[in-house]
Ligand binder design. Sequence first.
Ligand code: ADP
Ligand code: MG
Ligand code: MG
Length: 252
Amino acid sequence: GSVLEIKDLHVSIEDKEILKGVNLTIKSGEFHAVMGPNGTGKSTLASAIMGHPKYEVTGGSITLDGEDVLEMEVDERARAGLFLAMQYPSEISGVTNADFLRSSINARREEGDEISLMKFIKEMDEAMDFLEMDKNMAQRYLNEGFSGGEKKRNEILQLLMMKAEIGILDEIDSGLDIDALKVVAKGINKLRDENFGCLIITHYQRLLNYIEPDFVHVMMQGRVVKSGGSELSQRLEAEGYDWIKKELNIED
Ligand code: ADP
Ligand code: MG
Ligand code: MG
């Protein structure tokens, strides 16, 4: 198993401090949800974990199995077993979805141990069937002209095939209709075992009706201010965030 440990993380964007001391520990086998109002730093947290250059870590630490993630290049983080599904996945013209997937899988494997083309195609076919994806998605350029729902399904396809140890899923549910939401949830649930942990960042309880998190964390103003079990997300859905602000004396 793996452990991603985030300790007292401070992150700034263009000299403005966004994260003000985030603490979170995610172990493989655990599903964590992070919820919180808009603009509280959830995507900043995801981007900092994956090493987006715009996000400057000014304090604290992120380690994966004791290794300093902040010292790793972005591709090393992926090789180490971290997977990030972005809120706005980028388009790569000229690279087919299948080529991108295959090279991402091989980047995680030792030289000389690359996945064979046959095995890759078989696994991709199975995963695409499971996610009810149109097969011609494989040969299209990565994310180019994909609808919102197709992008999200495609991120889950990558997640299924990459064999990541820790997945960070930022608003994987945004813009999905109910059928697509169920498919995305089915994909994430398929990964539930002791070798995989994930951080599901979401605005809404909706997704959590299909993926039951073991832990729910609330982020406000750049910090995790409350943690609990799935009852916490249900209360947030019913009552919003005001009661937490009152309870913790947080000013707007
Ligand atoms: P959330 O995902 O919780 O909605 P974000 O992490 O996206 O919040 O944003 C947190 C704060 O950082 C917001 O005030 C937002 O305006 C600011 N911010 C995020 N990304 C950038 C950026 N690239 N440049 C400048 N400010 C940013
Ligand atoms: Mg490990
Ligand atoms: Mg966000």
